[in-house]
Design a protein around this ligand. Structure first.
Ligand code: GAL
Length: 443
């Protein structure tokens, strides 16, 4: 009898635990991949536009390019279907069916294809009666649909929130997460729970959201324009006190897709999106036609040093630390740490529209970089190594209109100890010698 109570207790604990916390072990760093929506929308016209319609062909083509063109090596591992993949009706067992014309081989076959190329496969659904584009939603079929996704070997589920009541989401999103967990297949869970509640004038319960979702949308859909990117940057800056503490390994704020390489952003603006998304510890989901992307945009998306900032294992989301007369400074604590000092990624943004680069001069200390052992500073877009700088050093950067300068400052171990680390270091190149006030005892 006593034995029975113990195992009953264990079961209760297990069930409670899986209800209160997603903990599926996924997304220890922000997810990276490709997502169809921003660029390909709900184009279902495969007759007239076979190359661009939402179809298994499009996803297979993008998978091939992600692998062959180095995106997978750079970290982009998910290939994600968005809205408009479904038939308008479920089958006689109540299960979801992919559009028979556009996905003739079915989703399991597409997912197998993606896996055979070493990538992971994501799908889209909606907590309401319909998806945003009017296809069947999961309401009334939560368990069935979670099981279907597991049977299709899905790795990632984006659950949208059209055609549902935002007040039902506090129970509905956790319930679907519970069914996902119950399948035993780890599936990354991307939620739109907070954004719909914010639209409805509610205050999202981020404690619950963090527990149940691997990532979540806080704000508007990104559109193909600089104005849209700016509005997202402002939202995350203006609401950072509420938003930033919720990010961490396993759970991320999602400012929406990268639109780099499309029609709406200049080269400078594209560099800005990539740099700010890295500061935000954002999921990096490209939504672009990889068949036609120009090399300079591909280089931004594949910038390994900026990706490393985004993927920093501490998972601390960065903040806007300065905003004045169109100049912003954003910074994010990253690894390595030395004693109690973090390293940092720092982004200088020029939001001004007068068409000449702006100078920004600031000491490391003013940026909050105070370790007496100093920092090794490098530019992550330009090949500039500033060498090792003390907190008192004034750095001066030129920031192009609607562009950025992004620096990485790695805290140095104690100079006096002369640890072997230094012997492997490149000779510091200091292009701005005149503005640095390096003390003689620094070296
Ligand atoms: C929106 C969502 C977009 C996209 C679209 C599909 O609500 O935020 O990212 O998924 O629905 O209809």
């Amino acid at each position: 009898m006593y034995q029975k109570w113990i195992s009953f207790g264990v079961v209760i604990l297990y069930v409670c635990n899986s209800v209160v916390s997603l903990e599926n072990g996924l997304a220890r760093t922000p997810p990276m991949g490709w997502l169809a929506w921003e660029r390909f929308r709900c184009n279902t016209d495969c007759k007239n536009d076979p190359d661009n319609c939402i179809s298994e062909r499009l996803f297979k083509t993008m998978t091939d390019i992600i692998v062959s063109e180095g995106y997978l090596n750079a970290g982009y591992e998910y290939i994600n279907v968005d809205d408009c993949w479904l038939e308008k009706d479920r089958n006689t067992f109540g299960q979801l069916v992919a559009d028979r014309q556009r996905f003739p081989s079915g989703i399991k076959s597409l997912s197998d294809y993606v896996h055979s190329k070493g990538m992971k496969f994501g799908i889209y659904q909606d907590f309401g009666n319909y998806t945003c584009a009017g296809y069947p939603g999961i309401l009334g079929y939560l368990e069935t649909d979670a099981n279907t996704f597991a049977a299709w070997d899905v790795d990632y589920v984006k659950l949208d929130g059209c055609y549902s009541h935002p007040s039902d989401m506090d129970s509905g999103y956790p319930e679907f997460g519970f069914y996902l967990n119950q399948t035993g297949r780890p599936m990354l869970y991307s939620c739109s729970w907070p954004v719909y509640q914010i639209y409805a004038g509610m205050q999202p319960n981020y404690t619950a959201i963090v527990h149940h979702c691997n990532m979540w949308r806080n704000f508007d859909d990104i559109q193909d324009s600089w104005a849209s990117v700016e509005s997202i940057i402002d939202y995350y800056g203006n609401n950072q006190d509420v938003i930033v503490p919720n990010a961490g390994p396993g759970h991320w704020n999602d400012p929406d897709m990268l639109i780099i390489g499309n029609f709406g952003l200049s080269y400078e603006q594209s560099k800005t999106q990539m740099a700010i998304w890295a500061i935000l510890a954002a999921p990096l989901l490209m939504s672009v036609d990889l068949r036609t992307i120009r090399p300079e945009y591909k280089a931004i998306l594949q910038n390994k040093r900026i990706i490393a900032v985004d993927q920093d294992p501490l998972g601390i989301q960065g903040r806007r630390i300065y905003k004045h007369k169109g100049i912003e400074i954003w910074s994010r604590p990253i690894t390595p740490l030395y004693q109690n000092y973090f390293s940092y990624a720092v982004v200088f943004v020029n939001r001004r529209t007068d068409g000449t680069p702006s100078d920004v001069a600031v000491t490391l200390k003013e940026l909050g970089l105070a370790s007496p052992t100093g920092y090794r500073v490098e530019d992550l877009y330009e090949d500039v190594d500033y060498g090792i700088l003390t907190p008192q050093t004034k750095i001066k950067v030129k920031v192009n209109p609607s562009g950025v300068v992004i620096l990485r400052a790695d805290v140095q171990p104690d100079f006096n100890r002369r640890v072997p680390f230094y012997t492997t270091q490149r000779t510091p190149y200091n292009p701005l010698n005149q503005v640095f006030r390096l003390r003689s005892n620094d070296f």
